[in-house]
Design a protein around this ligand. Structure first.
Ligand code: FPP
Ligand code: MG
Length: 298
């Protein structure tokens, strides 16, 4: 049924009646459509669910277009990013077009769902702003980092799950919690994979977060356990293009102090709660989505 979401998204683009927008849309990589899967699994595949899922994917795509401009990224999902191939201005405007069209459509689907989704986009944007601020200098503020993760990544998944529940007449709060946990764990795993995976698997450079100024949870935990001299060395590597030796030093320090396991455990606790919530409602497909998230490799 994800193919129905792709169809409606394409139809929304065709309705814009603009050749340039159609061309730019073709350049966008498809992605995992995780938010759509949540909505359709929770609410079934009525036209309303499919349309809701399509608007959420347009918003998510818009946010990534803007994020790649902000991060000055060259690749997205293993392909050249739109900002890199078409320039920042086109990437920003394509993002604006996608999310404006999404809101236009959402109002007709349901004012309540429109409210839930647009509120999450406010959070998303506040989260990106917090990310920009937190990436300016090295920090060890775990709470600020978790809040930013919630806003930047979990809020739209939380809203997607809640929108699904509204469409299906299911208990909103439980599904919200499920979506929130899934979103937080998703980003935590992303942060871990940046350290443990290679660039081919990731579809983007490995060990890139620290170079971009992103002090993710594993780096916060590593700093906490390091002795004074090693802390100084870690700080020297912050925002630097790492040599092979420096990258190895980070990876082996993470290994030595069991940092990856600690961060992974934190994500796993969130996933376990999400699984329990869904199992208690007999939502086996949704608990399987949570299980797959913790096992993903890219
Ligand atoms: C990826 O983060 C970024 C996000 C999940 C959200 C970005 C949100 C905005 C730019 C707010 C604007 C919103 C709209 C709708 C235009 P990342 O850089 O950590 O992950 P990455 O490795 O996938 O780039
Ligand atoms: Mg980015």
């Amino acid at each position: 049924m994800i193919s129905a979401v792709e169809r409606i998204m394409k139809q929304y683009i065709i309705e814009l009646n603009d050749k340039r927008a159609r061309l730019l849309y073709k350049k966008l990589p498809k992605g995992k459509r995780l938010r759509s899967k949540l909505i359709l699994k929770i609410a079934g595949d009525s036209i309303k669910s499919i349309k809701t899922a399509s608007t959420v994917e347009l918003i998510h795509t818009a946010s990534l277009l803007h994020d790649d401009v902000i991060d000055d990224a060259n690749t997205r999902r293993g392909k050249i990013s739109v900002n890199a191939s078409e320039g920042n201005k086109s990437a920003i405007m394509m993002g604006d077009i996608l999310y404006s069209k999404a809101f236009f459509e959402l109002i007709d689907i349901s004012p309540l769902i429109a409210k839930v989704i647009s509120n999450s986009v406010v959070e998303l944007s506040l989260g990106e702003l917090a990310d920009v601020e937190l990436s300016k200098r090295f920090h060890t503020n775990r709470d600020a980092y978790i809040k930013m993760l919630y806003q930047k990544t979990a809020s739209l998944m939380e809203a997607s799950a809640e929108a699904g529940a509204i469409l299906a007449g299911k208990p909103r709060e439980v599904y919200r919690r499920y979506g929130k946990n899934l979103g937080l764990a998703f980003q935590m795993i992303d942060d871990i994979l940046d350290i443990t995976s290679d660039s081919k698997t990731l579809g983007k450079p490995a060990l890139h977060d620290f170079k971009e100024g992103k002090v993710t949870l594993p780096y916060i935990y590593l700093y906490e356990v390091l002795a004074h001299e090693d802390r100084e060395y870690l700080l020297c590597l912050y925002k630097k293009s790492l040599s092979e030796d420096e990258a190895l030093w980070i990876k082996s320090a993470m290994r030595k102090y069991g940092i990856i396991e600690k961060a992974y455990q934190e994500a796993k606790e969130l996933i376990d709660e999400a699984i329990d919530l869904m199992e208690s409602l007999g939502e086996r497909d949704l608990s399987n989505i949570a299980r797959a998230m913790i096992e993903r490799e890219f």
